[in-house]
Every structure is written in structure tokens, then in C-alpha cells.
Design a protein around this ligand. Structure first.
Ligand code: GTP
Ligand code: MG
Length: 149
């Protein structure tokens, strides 16, 4: 199955939303294959947000992401990249529907609690940027027959 990179941003960690966020992914049925608490370095973040380097909010974004620990995760499942993005909501919490993570837990685009890869290709790039291969665990998904036909 497909994999995506999800990160609870520093505001989400400080606001004790980690458990709630993991709970949503678990209940949906996705399979956790990697997870760690990290204090991301500036070079890592600049690489991660390379595509946004020209944006006026870039330095603020890097500062925000460095302001505390991040919970980095890899989740696996059917269409997980697209489905996780739907669970997150829109980039701007103001446009995010209730029921989504950003719709339920935050107000501003610069404090939007969570990151999710926006394509399968970006997911592969982000997973290899944030995780060593030996940090990704293959373990039996015993509930799989009850989630997939
Ligand atoms: P991520 O899942 O975090 O990548 O969000 P996204 O894919 O919905 O948005 P995008 O990749 O375009 O932007 C990455 C992050 O930059 C966003 O999640 C915001 O935290 C931040 N960001 C994007 N647009 C703005 C903006 O207009 N102002 C500010 N202050 N931050 C922004
Ligand atoms: Mg993005």
C-alpha cells in the first residue's frame, strides 16, 4: 500500500493534540510504520519546504517549525496521501470544514497544527528526508481483512 508523511507541527505538540491526531488516523484504519519526536534542524526544514523558498512567509514558516518538537510519522494504506489531505482540511484553517483536523483545532494558516504530503512523489521525498530506512517498521496488519475487501 501507499505511504504518506504526516507531521504534527510544534503548535500541535504544545497544544497536546498528538494523541487526538494519531487517534483519527488509527480509527480511519491506516497502518503506522514510523514515528518519532524530533527537533528539526534549519537545514532539514529548508529542504522540506524548498518549494516555498520564494514565498514571503518562508522565514516565518521555518521559525514556526523550529519553535518546538515535531512528531514525524509515516502512515500506510489505500490512497493514504489523498485521504490524509482530506482529513487535514485546507491549508488555511478558515477554509477547512468542521470534521477535519484543521477545521476542528486551529484558526490561522501560520499555526495550522499538521503537515501532510501533497502527492505520492512528495511523500517519498519527505519520508526519505525525515526517516532512515531502518526507522520504518514492517509489521503485520492483522485487521487488514476487516478493512480491505
Ligand atoms: P502542509 O501540509 O503543511 O505542506 O500544508 P499545505 O500543503 O496545505 O500548504 P503549503 O505546502 O502550500 O504550505 C506549507 C505551509 O506553509 C502551510 O501548512 C502553512 O503552515 C504555511 N503557509 C502556507 N501559506 C501561507 C501563508 O499564506 N501565510 C503563512 N503565514 N503561512 C503559510
Ligand atoms: Mg504542502
Amino acid at each position: 500500500y501507499e505511504r504518506t508523511f504526516i507531521a504534527v507541527k510544534p503548535d500541535g505538540v504544545h497544544r497536546r493534540l498528538v494523541g487526538e491526531i494519531i487517534r483519527r488516523f488509527e480509527k480511519k484504519g491506516f497502518h503506522l510504520v514510523g514515528m518519532k519526536l524530533v527537533q528539526p534542524s534549519e537545514p532539514l526544514l529548508k529542504e522540506h519546504y524548498w518549494g516555498l523558498r520564494q514565498k514571503p512567509f518562508f522565514s516565518g514558516l521555518i521559525e514556526y517549525m523550529r519553535s518546538g518538537p515535531v512528531v514525524a510519522m509515516v502512515w500506510q494504506g489505500l490512497d493514504v496521501v489523498k485521504m490524509a489531505r482530506r482529513m487535514l482540511g485546507e491549508t488555511d484553517p478558515a477554509d477547512s470544514l468542521p470534521g477535519t483536523i484543521r477545521g476542528d483545532f486551529c484558526m490561522e494558516v501560520g499555526r495550522n497544527v499538521i503537515h501532510g504530503s501533497d502527492s505520492v512523489k512528495m511523500a517519498q521525498r519527505e519520508i526519505s528526508l525525515w526517516f532512515n530506512p531502518d526507522e520504518l517498521i514492517c509489521w503485520e496488519n492483522s485487521s487488514q481483512p476487516w478493512r480491505y475487501q
